[in-house]
Each structure stands twice: as C-alpha cells, then as structure tokens.
Design a protein around this ligand. Structure first.
Ligand SMILES: [Zn+2]
Length: 113
C-alpha cells in the first residue's frame, strides 16, 4: 500500500506525463504525414524506407496515445480513491511497480499472467 506522500507524488507525476505526452503528440501529429506523392524518380528502396519510417512513426504515436489513455484512467482512479489497487485481484500494487509505471492498474502477479 502506498502512503499519502507517495500518492501525491504519483498524482503529480501522472499529471506531468499527461501534459508531456499531449505536447509530444501535438508536435508529432503535425510532422507525421503520409509519404509524399511519388514522381517516379525515387528508387524503390528509398520509397520503402520512407514508408517504413512512416509506419514506425505511426506505431510510436499509437503507443503514446495508449499510454495517455492509461494515464488519464489512472487519474480517474485517483479521484475515486481506487488508485493503487489491482483491477483484477484487488491487492495493493507495490510502490516499486507504481514508481516505475504510475499508470499500472494490475499488480505484478496479475500483469505477469
Ligand atoms: Zn492482481
């Protein structure tokens, strides 16, 4: 179980992370555009390369959005007083785990299953 000081620290960190990811996403969405129209002069490899980069950037954005959702859900749990409790078994999630991943909603045992 986490104490009040730890709960405050985690809430501040979750809020900071949300702001940080929102900023990152805004910036990234402005730069990640589909590969430009091809005029036939670029080589096949460089075209594949640019498509690959685009796919990787999109996958990165998807991960960031998922984390943002998880962080917002963590804030909701904090408001409800349900934060830090495993959504599966109801046990307390360890401080070590929340410290590394403040959006965690499962204890280490359930997450490993
Ligand atoms: Zn659990």
């Amino acid at each position: 179980m986490i104490d009040v000081d730890q709960a405050i620290e985690l809430e501040l960190r979750v809020r900071d992370l949300i702001e940080e990811i929102e900023r990152d996403l805004e910036r990234a969405e402005a730069t990640v555009k589909p590969p430009g129209k091809l005029d036939g002069t670029e080589g096949r490899l460089s075209r594949q390369d640019s498509m690959l980069h685009h796919e990787m950037a999109k996958a990165g954005l998807r991960r960031q959005r998922q984390r943002l959702t998880a962080l917002r859900e963590a804030l909701v749990r904090m408001d409800k007083g349900a934060y830090g409790v495993c959504a599966n078994c109801g046990d307390w999630i360890s401080w070590e785990r929340l410290d590394g991943q403040p959006e965690a909603h499962l204890c280490g045992t359930c997450a490993a299953r």
